[in-house]
Design a protein around this ligand. Structure first.
Ligand SMILES: [Zn+2]
Length: 430
């Protein structure tokens, strides 16, 4: 197995912390020298801030988008339900894997080239508007400080023709909106949006009929599904909705065009895939997480925690080049190993820039010896599980370098922890 090195210009890292929205403000305003405001002292050119053009973004970053439905203690419909405990464990795994949860709007700003994002990100979304998303998921998301997006079909909100007792209410959505939750569109009645497909129509009296619509009747219906639902959401909540999650992922060019014309910037399906800088905005795949397919989540995380971004910015080196300890693929007999890597072959390392992440622990207080180029951390809190991934990053000559490796832990065979930890630090007998 190889250790992968992602080398990203330092500029990118700087831009990440720098820009929120001000570059768009800078773009829309006139240069200070040509338009001193009337009645105010003219601004000396030397005092004006440096002109901000477009942010330089890391085009090798990758994002996985997850889609959840109901959170329930007892799963009866594994296709759309998950227990709160499993959900929370998944949120924790993202953190432990060094994946940053970002908002959908940050993802889109990055796609527009306006804002940088960390190299490996996830976006969390909840579909359909269930009250368990408000009552159960939201508190968990708050605990982690994660932003998220709600995809709402308007007739499924409580009081709508499809909004039953488990549905979220407009008041709950307003509460989420007030606390920074992103609320986006997911049609009006959650059906196949393609012409001539089976749909269910609800008459005002509540009577439902199964039918297929074509021609002008279909046009009127689909207009309401795509455009009408957006307008209703925007009017009820006083928001701007720029994302459209296509029900079941069933759409075609006509539906895409309608959505684009309505002002949707991005459209989402349920065919999960890592989102890259060049992924088309009208078909961003999300991973739908189901209780009976936990592997979907794990595999998605693996997709970006082991793959690097763009080809040109990445150099791969063999594990031996970093002399990692424990080595990549090695199995140690202690839950308290000493973790070490030698960065001397990477080049000049900025001493304060070395950071180590350990799965299950997060960022750890790594020590770095500039003389030997050794980064090391003695684990003091027992590692759980049978494997552990280390992510080591540093800045070298204006570039960010990062290495990942994984070792196994065989606790069953562990000698007393302190002795085993010591053994790993002892060099071979000469
Ligand atoms: Zn849905």
């Amino acid at each position: 197995m190889m250790i992968r090195f992602a080398i990203i210009p330092l500029l990118l890292a700087l831009n990440f912390s720098m820009c929120k929205r001000h570059e768009s403000a800078a773009n829309s305003s006139q240069p200070a020298t040509s338009s001193p405001a009337a009645g105010s002292p003219a601004v000396a050119p030397a005092a004006s801030p440096p002109k901000i053009t477009k942010a330089v973004v890391d085009q090798t970053a990758q994002t996985i988008i997850f889609c959840y439905h109901r959170l329930v203690d007892k799963v009866r419909y594994p296709g759309t339900e998950i227990t709160p405990a499993d959900f929370e464990a998944q949120m924790k795994l993202l953190k432990d894997s060094g994946i940053t949860v970002i908002s959908m709007q940050d993802l889109l700003a990055w796609k527009r080239g306006e804002k940088n994002i960390p190299p490996r990100c996830a976006v969390i979304s909840f579909d359909d508007g269930w009250k368990s998303q408000y009552e159960v998921a939201w508190p968990i998301m708050k605990k982690f400080g994660y932003p998220f997006t709600m995809f709402i079909y308007t007739e499924g909100v409580r009081g709508g023709s499809l909004g039953g007792g488990e549905a979220i209410t407009w008041e709950q959505l307003a509460d989420m909106r007030d606390n920074g939750v992103d609320i986006e569109a997911h049609s009006a009645t959650h059906q196949d949006l393609r012409e001539g497909h089976n749909i269910m129509l609800a008459a005002p009296g509540g009577k439902k009929t199964r039918t297929k619509l074509n021609g002008p009747e279909y046009q009127k219906w689909v207009q309401n599904e795509v455009v009408g639902s957006k307008e209703l959401l925007e009017q009820r909540l006083g928001i701007k909705a720029n994302c459209f999650a296509v029900p079941f992922g069933n759409y075609n060019e006509h539906v895409k065009e309608l959505a684009r014309n309505a002002g949707f910037e991005a459209m989402f399906t349920v065919y999960g895939q890592p989102i890259t800088y060049t992924s088309p905005l009208d078909s961003l795949g999300r991973y739908a997480i189901e209780a009976n397919k936990p592997k979907v989540f794990v595999d998605a995380v693996k997709m970006i925690s082991t793959s690097s971004g763009g080809a040109s910015a990445v150099a791969e080196v063999g594990a031996a080049n970093l002399s990692t300890q424990p080595a990549d693929g090695e199995t140690v007999r202690t839950a308290l190993p000493l973790i070490k890597a030698n960065l001397s072959r990477v080049g000049a390392i900025e001493p304060g820039s070395v950071q180590m992440r350990v799965s299950g622990l997060g960022v750890v207080p790594v020590s770095y010896d500039p003389k030997t180029g050794t980064a090391s951390y003695q684990v003091t809190q027992k590692l759980r599980g049978t494997s552990c991934t280390v992510i080591l990053s540093a800045k070298s000559e204006g570039k960010k370098v990062e290495a990942h490796w994984t070792f196994g832990i065989d606790v069953g065979a562990a000698a007393p922890a302190s002795a085993a930890a010591k053994a790993t630090t002892t060099p071979k007998k000469k």
